[in-house]
Design a protein around this ligand. Structure first.
Ligand SMILES: Nc1ncnc2c1ncn2[C@@H]1O[C@H](COP(=O)(O)OP(=O)(O)O)[C@@H](O)[C@H]1O
Ligand SMILES: [Mg+2]
Length: 265
């Protein structure tokens, strides 16, 4: 896979400071159900640097999916600002958001959302169809993405012919095929047994080791411990953030991915 180079600011101007992949300030999100207001997020701030692997945790209903949908440009905040890879996306219209999603974001969910009548390869190619890539190039890139998740030999299988774990790997390949700056996964192992879950997390770790920035929602501490950083939500707020890269280090030298913590035996 191609490395995801961080943008060096807009208009080709290079900036001495790198901008984080994610800079969220004072995000709030209300849902309106009739006359009832549901405040799903209440003033969330978060920076995520290039190459980080962040696990979002917290009880059901604490706002994790709402937050991920905002990060993934699937929805807009009620208030607050968002710089994605240095680009201010909070004010964009739906067409612009669709373009940004296609260029910069790979998203996987608990449900695999594959098109049942298409082969694995065709499913993975789909985002490239939307971005107007020529057919031969699409097939080459889709085949490469499938090989990155260890499914080259299943390219011509349809989803029903694949296990749950394999289907999620196809969904990951589909999310990677556009070489996004940011990979978002909302409970990607929620429908999988623990052994298959470990395989999926190992794939995400490998992608992160190649420089991909990963934000993952999970309920399971076993899964979260694979991340460098754990951010905990409660009642629409971040109540804990463990393992963030200190700001001074980011400003001087950003590692693409941090080496795994040494295990103390
Ligand atoms: N589309 C929606 N309409 C109304 N309320 C919603 C909607 N989506 C989520 N909520 C509410 O917002 C809160 C946060 O939900 P969510 O972000 O899904 O939490 P989590 O992913 O942490 O379980 C919950 O109270 C939930 O009921
Ligand atoms: Mg959720």
């Amino acid at each position: 896979m191609q490395r995801n180079e961080p943008s060096n600011g807009m208009n080709g101007k290079s900036h001495p400071e790198r901008s984080p992949v994610i800079r969220v300030e004072r995000f709030s999100k209300n849902y309106y159900l009739g006359r009832t207001v549901v405040p799903a997020l209440r003033g969330v701030n978060l920076d995520v640097q290039q190459g980080e692997f962040v696990a979002l945790m917290g009880p059901s209903g604490s706002g994790k999916s709402t937050f991920m949908n905002l990060l993934g440009c699937l929805d807009r905040p009620t208030s607050g600002s968002y710089l994605l890879d240095g680009v201010p996306v909070s004010k964009m219209n739906s067409n612009q958001l669709a373009d940004i999603r296609n260029q910069k974001i790979g998203f996987v969910f608990q449900s695999f959302n594959l098109l049942s009548w298409m082969t694995a390869l065709d499913n993975v190619e789909l985002p490239l169809v939307y971005s107007g890539v020529a057919r031969a190039e699409r097939r080459r890139r889709a085949a490469h993405a499938l090989s990155m998740v260890g499914l080259k030999s299943r390219a011509s299988h349809r989803p029903v012919e694949l296990s749950g774990g394999q289907q999620q790997r196809v969904a990951i390949a589909r999310a990677l095929v556009t070489t996004p700056s940011l990979f978002l996964a909302d409970e990607p192992t929620g429908n999988l047994d623990s052994q298959t879950s470990e395989q999926i997390i190992t794939i995400l770790q490998e992608l992160n080791a190649r420089g991909l920035t990963v934000v993952l929602v999970t309920h399971e501490p076993d899964i979260a411990r694979h991340a460098h950083r754990q951010v905990r939500f409660r009642d629409g707020r971040i109540v804990e953030d463990i393992g963030a890269i200190p700001h001074e280090i980011v400003m001087t030298d950003v590692p693409r991915s941090r080496p795994a913590e040494k295990q103390v035996s």
